[in-house]
Design a protein around this ligand. Structure first.
Ligand code: AMP
Length: 149
């Protein structure tokens, strides 16, 4: 890595990605780097843990997109007071694929993410998205573990 001009941080609104975000923001400030926030709306949509109303699939998709936009907006409003060197993106698809695609498209220098996410899947070492990104990324990847203490 020759320079650290931009950092992608993958956000799934879990405690783990919150911690990864805090580290990414700290680094962005320290190195005057741009922060690129990415949230991927899982396709097929993962509705575990969500209330699912009786509406058509198109309407449901619309509602989920609007919900994700709202969550991202609130997240940015809460965390970015006095910091404007960032952009936020919401994309549909398979999280690890989309995160790697945005990283390439935006030419970021590093990817930051949590070791675990909303699914709480406890693989041998990492959750699934983290593991696939670490295995497939040609960029440096920083994984942040949410410790219990
Ligand atoms: P997982 O591997 O799914 O347990 O999640 C590990 C980390 O990957 C999370 O802490 C997030 O930083 C990131 N991640 C997982 N799912 C998504 C998603 N849908 N959109 C953006 N980042 C995600």
């Amino acid at each position: 890595m020759k320079s650290l001009n931009s950092i992608l941080v993958a956000i799934d609104f879990s405690d783990s990605s919150d911690k990864a975000f805090n580290t990414a923001l700290f680094m962005a400030k320290k190195f005057s780097a741009r922060l690129v926030l990415v949230h991927v709306i899982n396709e097929p949509i993962d509705l575990r843990g969500f209330y699912v109303p009786h509406i058509s699939f198109d309407k449901l998709e619309e509602e989920i997109n609007a919900g994700a936009e709202k969550m991202m907006e609130l997240f940015c409003r809460k965390h970015f007071e006095g910091f404007d060197n960032y952009e936020s993106l919401i994309v549909p698809g398979i999280p690890y694929q989309e995160i790697l695609a945005v990283a390439q498209d935006k030419r970021v220098d590093m990817i930051v993410l949590g070791t675990h996410g909303r699914t709480g899947l406890d693989h041998v070492l990492f959750g699934s998205t983290a593991e696939k990104i670490v295995r497939n990324s040609s960029l440096p990847v920083l994984t942040i573990r949410l410790s219990e203490d």
